[in-house]
Design a protein around this ligand. Structure first.
Ligand SMILES: [Zn+2]
Length: 180
């Protein structure tokens, strides 16, 4: 396991503001909430997200918010299946990699796809943490800490508000125990 010291020293800029609404907002199909669960995952526009997401889901994913511990719908969720980005539908985490961290947030040892997560240095609140975002749509998911259990030693501490769940069998993880 190699936790990335380079990530702590990088100079990534702080999280950007949500992107401006794009012209696809005028396309009625783009605003169809069923789209998140039907076709392939894809980026979505801010106007659609404001309409479709709850205020907590929007604040967490687009404004890097954090839901209060033990309040989300997935911290104690034990069903088998796949957790996907609430914004774009990209598959993110498997129930097979979920563990009880005691933190009050859903916690995973690894993502389904290594390339599915983007990492940024987060220096807010006087701390230096590694922020995990959806690589496809830039949704804030949570943070990654080097105190997780085997096999990776990592703890992906994720907001329930960033996730949707479906009871399908997730793809096997391609994660190789390093986030870089
Ligand atoms: Zn996404």
């Amino acid at each position: 396991m190699s936790f990335p010291r380079s990530a702590l020293a990088s100079s990534d800029p702080p999280a950007a503001d949500p992107p401006a609404a794009d012209p696809r907002a005028a396309n009625p199909r783009a605003a169809d909430p069923r789209a998140a669960n039907t076709g392939p995952a894809r980026p979505v526009d801010d106007g659609e997200l404001r309409r479709r997401l709850s205020s907590v889901q929007y604040q967490v994913t687009r404004c890097s918010g954090t839901e209060p511990a033990f309040t989300g719908v997935y911290w104690n969720h034990k069903a088998r299946g796949e957790y996907a980005c609430i914004c774009c539908g990209a598959a993110l985490f498997s129930s097979a990699d979920k563990f009880e961290s005691g933190t009050g947030w859903p916690s995973y040892t690894r993502p389904i796809r290594k390339a599915g997560i983007a990492y940024h240095t987060d220096r807010s609140y006087g701390m230096e943490r590694i922020e995990a975002k959806c690589a496809q749509c830039d949704a804030h998911l949570g943070h990654v800490f080097p105190d997780g259990p085997k096999p990776t030693g990592l703890r992906y501490c994720i907001n329930s508000a960033s996730l949707g769940f479906s009871a399908k069998v997730p793809a096997p993880s391609d994660f190789d125990e390093s986030i870089r």
